[in-house]
Design a protein around this ligand. Structure first.
Ligand code: 173
Length: 323
């Protein structure tokens, strides 16, 4: 009898004590980036991790596994969805097979701070929760446009006879201009250029120096189009299991990371200057063709999203377009 009572007492004590100790325990989560370590599109995420690890002693630590050598770029979305990693730095174009809506974020014409105010982020988060099992934590690349980089000149928005490296970001647009396209991860662009497999590629204004592409690039087409997007996603099950303190820390540093998007203006100016210094010539069209170029970019971009997601495409368009 007595030993039964003791056993019950121990069981009860354990039950009561467990949540308390669990709550007080430091949690370590695994992180990856869909872009190579140390490169432009990873750097905001990497400094976010450093801040979490500095401020999160006893609360939350992030174990950064690294870039696409750990998990290939196009598999990072799925790794977050299934919980293989708890947190990741990734662009929507890399997980359109999970949810076509992911690629819509490149079409945003208002900065993420405004998207937080007008309800866009709340709407985006609800789609990401339901379709990618992900919590949409922060947009860590915002305000840097994409460009076409070429090794053969063009004099109007016509890419007939050219083979370009794409991701879903550029596919519909480049094809509408007559290009043949081939999809590769960022890590394969240099080899494709070196072997002459492609005549050019899509990429933001920033970052072509990270992997040496400037050595294999002759022209950049201006102006830029869209708004390069890279975001931090958290596996939704992991997010729900966290304590309030852990979630609050992530949210605080997420907002700090988003505030740092303003610094990209300097990177844009710097990379534009460096491209010219590296001998990359710019190609620009007359006013009518420039308008046609940008109109085609947005028309094909939204058509792609809305065709694949009639449910969320129109509402996303309304929320993230310029009024
Ligand atoms: O790989 C890409 O060209 C791409 O889709 C992308 C998206 C956001 C930032 C940088 C590249």
């Amino acid at each position: 009898m007595a030993s039964n009572k003791i056993a019950l007492g121990i069981a009860l004590a354990t039950l009561i004590a467990l949540p308390v100790t669990a709550g007080a325990q430091e949690l370590t989560i695994k992180a990856v980036s869909a872009f190579p370590e140390g490169t432009f599109n990873s750097k905001n995420f990497e400094s976010f991790i450093q801040r979490i690890n500095a401020a999160g002693k006893g609360v939350l630590q992030i174990n950064y596994i690294g870039g696409p050598k750990a998990i290939p770029s196009f598999e990072v979305g799925n790794a977050v969805r299934t919980g293989v990693v708890e947190i990741a730095n990734v662009t929507g174009a890399f997980y359109t097979t999970i949810m076509p809506e992911a690629d819509a974020l490149k079409l945003a014409q208002i900065p993420v701070a405004e998207q937080r105010k007008n309800g866009a982020i709340e709407y985006i988060n609800s789609i990401w929760n339901a379709k990618a099992n992900a919590y949409y934590l922060a947009r860590v690349v915002d305000g840097t446009p994409f460009h076409i980089y070429l090794n053969k000149p063009i004099d109007k928005p016509d890419l007939k006879g050219l083979k370009l490296r794409v991701t879903p970001v550029y596919r519909d647009f480049f094809q509408a201009l007559g290009a043949t396209v081939v999809q590769t991860a960022p890590g394969e662009v240099y080899a494709a250029l070196e072997r002459g497999v492609v005549d050019g590629y899509g990429w933001p204004i920033t970052g072509i120096f990270d992997l040496g592409w400037h050595e294999k690039t002759k022209f950049r087409v201006d102006p830029g189009f869209y708004n390069a997007e890279v975001s931090i996603l958290v596996n939704l099950d992991a997010w729900k299991k966290m304590t309030d303190a852990q979630r609050a820390l992530l949210q605080k540093e997420a907002l700090t990371a988003e505030a740092m998007n303003a610094d990209y203006a300097r990177d844009i100016a710097e990379d534009t200057r460096k491209q010219a210094a590296a001998g990359i010539k710019t190609i620009a069209f007359d006013a009518a063709n420039t308008k046609k170029y940008l109109d085609t970019a947005y028309a094909t971009g939204w058509k792609g999203v809305i065709d694949k997601s009639p449910e969320h495409g129109p509402k996303l368009r309304q929320l993230i377009s310029k009024k």
